[in-house]
Design a protein around this ligand. Structure first.
Ligand SMILES: Cc1ncc(COP(=O)(O)O)c(C=O)c1O
Length: 412
């Protein structure tokens, strides 16, 4: 096999393997409204009627059982999506919440308490960092940002007697360091802390609970919904006691998602394997092409040895998504890279990722790091590879790079 064929296999294997599961999961649930339809339609509702007051009074205990007891606690379409996500993540329970960010922040609120301490990787998604630095701080919770590739001794040195939560995000969605989640789980558990993982990049291709994760969160907004038209998140847990704590926190915060977003996400999930089988291969084609270009210093794709944490990716993941970083040679200025990005015709410029379309975003400068991190070395951007033909994307990037080299790009 050529290097390209080997990589195609490595990045798409997990997506191919999950195809049957994605088509069949959660479709056997009781679905009064569905009848013989293939799909559960969006189910709307607030009030749920009970035959007797005694029956209604049993709701307190039933709130952990994914039953329909009040609209804010989930309707059949939300519970069907919860069952699907739990199956994909290998969890006992999942809770759908209003956004990916809510999926990150809600378990932090659930498992951190007064005078607690939290460890968060320096590569974390920016709004999660802001939440720790604002809301958590206001409630007396201290956060230490740790180097995402620290070893066990380094992590142990940062644990405190009051460390209640260690957070991880692997790979970081801007800088792509792949974290050793198994090691992080061991250190967290030695100290009685829980490990929360943002598994948005690794949905379905990294099985968090097999690696010791206690709570896995997902921005379903990305690959599961897959069409850039909904905002939604999920939190999965393996332990029954943790489920009770999490479920109560979600109910107390009023965490719920709209039926249309649940429905769109379930619909997206059915084709996620097929989309990603193609997108992951196209991403490798584009990444390999970029890696061979003289303008490019480094490609931050977890399946390539040039990405920090690549060995951990090889050990732990059954595939790769289609989001990766590119670092240009230091000779090029940030302005020149931005002009190159502006010139692209097939890559949209915008936040988020995981849809069917390609996107690009500058990542130098705006991504806050507070630990001593290796600087990217040149201007950098993030690419999301969609369902377009990879050759067309490469042609678009090729024209962009010609512009980069032709323009007055060299610094002093
Ligand atoms: C890694 C990661 N986690 C969480 C989120 C938040 O998701 P949402 O946009 O649904 O709030 C994002 C969004 O970009 C993300 O990239």
């Amino acid at each position: 096999m050529t290097e390209r064929e080997t990589l195609h296999h490595a990045v798409s294997r997990g997506w191919r393997e999950m195809g049957t599961l994605l088509v069949h999961l959660a479709r056997d649930l009781p679905a009064d409204a569905r009848g013989t339809l293939v799909n559960q339609p969006p189910t709307r509702g607030s009030t749920v009627l009970f035959p007797t007051v005694a029956d209604m009074n049993r709701n307190g205990a039933r709130r952990y059982d994914h039953e329909v007891i009040y609209g804010a606690m989930g309707t059949p379409i939300q519970h069907e999506l919860e069952a699907a996500i739990a199956a994909i993540e290998g969890a006992r329970h999942a809770q759908i919440v209003s956004s990916g960010l809510a999926a990150c922040t809600t378990p932090l609120l659930a498992f951190l308490g007064k005078n607690g301490h939290c460890l968060i990787p320096d590569s974390v998604y920016g709004p999660t960092r802001r939440f720790a630095n604002t809301v958590l701080r206001r409630f007396g919770v201290d956060t230490t940002f740790y180097p995402p590739l620290t070893d066990a001794a380094g992590l142990r040195a940062m644990m405190r007697p009051n460390t209640q939560v260690v957070f991880a995000e692997s790979p970081g969605s801007h800088t792509f360091e792949v974290q050793d989640v198994r090691m992080i789980a061991d250190v967290a558990h030695e100290h009685g802390a829980r490990l929360i993982l943002d598994n948005t990049w690794g949905v379905g291709i990294f099985h968090p609970f097999e690696h010791g994760v206690d709570i896995a969160v997902q921005a379903l907004t990305k690959y599961p919904s897959g069409h850039s038209d909904s905002i939604i998140g999920a939190i999965s847990v393996a332990d029954e006691q943790d489920w009770h704590v999490l479920r109560d926190t979600c109910i107390q915060l009023g965490q719920v998602a709209g039926p249309d977003d649940c429905w769109l996400t379930l619909r997206g999930l059915r084709t996620m394997g097929a989309r990603l089988e193609r997108q992951s291969r196209s991403a490798i084609d584009v990444a390999l092409w970029l890696a061979g270009r003289p303008e490019v210093a480094r490609v931050l794709h977890p399946a390539l040895p040039s990405c920090p944490g690549h060995d951990v990716w090889r050990r732990d993941f059954s595939g790769a998504s289609a989001l990766f970083g590119v670092v240009f040679q230091p000779d090029y200025s940030q302005e020149a890279m931005i002009a190159m990005i502006d010139s692209l015709t097939l890559f949209g410029i915008g936040a988020s990722w995981g849809g069917y379309e390609s996107l690009v975003l500058p990542t130098t400068g705006g991504i806050l790091r507070t630990c001593a991190a290796e600087a990217p070395g040149g201007p950098a951007c993030r690419l999301h590879i969609g369902l377009e033909n990879a050759d067309d994307l490469i042609a678009d990037l090729s024209a962009g790079l010609e512009m980069l080299t032709g323009a007055a790009t060299y610094g002093d």
